[in-house]
Design a protein around this ligand. Structure first.
Ligand code: CU
Length: 359
């Protein structure tokens, strides 16, 4: 990596300090980043400890039910916050930084409230494109479980399986929020799955990931990874994110309540990992590169009152209140996974993140 006296050079070298006189004190404090590993590379003990911590969040009482009365647990606090924010943070450049912060809050909750000591694991979906049902993440007692079973056919149409998750670590988990947009509606139900392997065979394939990673700038990378849905021709424009949600199906194909299914978290961590990898290809130009209209793309018109203009590093990511007080607010603070203590530019709030993905 080029270490220069330029502003960005000071930011990028985790041990370097920016040259004095720029009014841009960089005080990197991310000296031992949390390591986020691929789930299948966790030891049996690590798998049990991560999955157990998620179950712990499911058993803890909610903290947000003054705002969201339907939430019955800390796990469901995250569900209703995602549900409420969905129209503002999907099909838009906010997608990546908002979900990066959201995952950080989830990892923090596992660690602070459920004594978890590891990093949030990710799911390298490219390893399973040929057959998601054979994935180590979706098989066995220490996994997220497989396709749904039962003969209910959800509105999204028939496919390879049924509906209720019935095996794996979360086979008996009940969710108390109905699918669909905010406000949250109480419901007592299973976690829904409905595999569509033809979609994952297409979008999880390594050549599709390579195409996404070859995007030259943020305004092309972001829709490539998230999806740039053209309602007239949805399949070829799903992208890795929407394709993955659709391939797992059930809860994952409901864009509001998809994180009812715990596989949401390793799946989204993988998208975050790809963004960090894409940034690392050319950190001088990409570490703090954002852009694109704040208003969501497409004809869904999910956020009619969106402000005009492009997303910048100063854009305030509110409301994101899963924790009593989130340690970050702006897009700029979400741009560098090892940027704790580092300002994206003079006068901007210091970064708060300190983790890295193990390949
Ligand atoms: Cu989302």
């Amino acid at each position: 990596m080029k270490v220069s006296t330029s502003l960005l050079g000071g930011v990028l070298a985790s041990t370097a300090f920016a040259a004095p006189g720029h009014g841009f004190p960089s005080v990197p404090t991310c000296t031992s980043p949390v390591i986020r590993k691929e789930f299948r590379n966790l030891s049996t003990t690590e798998k049990a400890s991560f999955l157990g911590a998620v179950k712990c969040l499911m058993a803890l009482p909610p903290k947000l039910n003054a705002t969201y009365p339907a939430s019955t647990s800390r796990y469901e606090d995250f569900l209703v916050v995602h549900q409420e924010n969905t129209p503002r943070v999907h099909w838009a450049p906010m997608f990546l930084p908002w979900h990066r912060g959201f995952l950080q809050d989830f990892e923090d909750a596992l660690r602070d409230e459920c004594s978890y000591t590891g990093g949030l694991p990710y799911w390298n979906t490219a390893l399973d494109f040929a057959d998601i049902s054979a994935s180590p993440l979706l098989n066995g007692n220490l996994s997220f479980g497989g396709d749904g079973v039962g003969d209910f056919v959800p509105p999204e149409g028939p496919s390879s399986g049924g509906n209720c998750l019935a095996n794996g670590f979360f086979h008996d988990t009940r969710i108390h929020i109905a699918q669909g947009p905010a406000p949250a509606v109480s419901d007592d139900r299973c976690i829904l799955r409905y595999f569509k392997p033809f979609i994952s065979a297409f979008w999880f394939a390594p050549d599709k990931v390579a195409t996404i990673m070859a995007s030259p700038n943020y305004t092309t990378f972001e829709p490539a990874v998230e999806g740039d849905m053209n309602p007239l021709n949805p399949f070829p424009t799903m992208g890795l994110h929407t394709g993955g949600h659709a391939a797992i199906g059930g809860d994952m194909s409901d864009m509001f309540t998809s994180n009812a299914d715990p596989i949401f978290y390793p799946f989204h961590a993988n998208l975050d990992r790809l963004w960090a990898k894409w940034q690392a290809v050319d950190p001088t130009n990409r570490q703090y590169q954002v852009g694109g209209a704040i208003a969501p793309r497409g004809v869904l018109n999910m956020w009619p009152t969106a402000p005009a203009g492009d997303m910048t590093l100063d854009y305030v990511l509110e409301p994101l209140k899963v924790k009593a007080s989130s340690s970050f607010t702006t897009v700029g603070q979400m741009m560098n996974t090892k940027g704790k203590g580092v300002r994206p530019a003079p006068g901007k709030p210091r970064g708060v993140l300190c983790y890295e993905y193990q390949e």
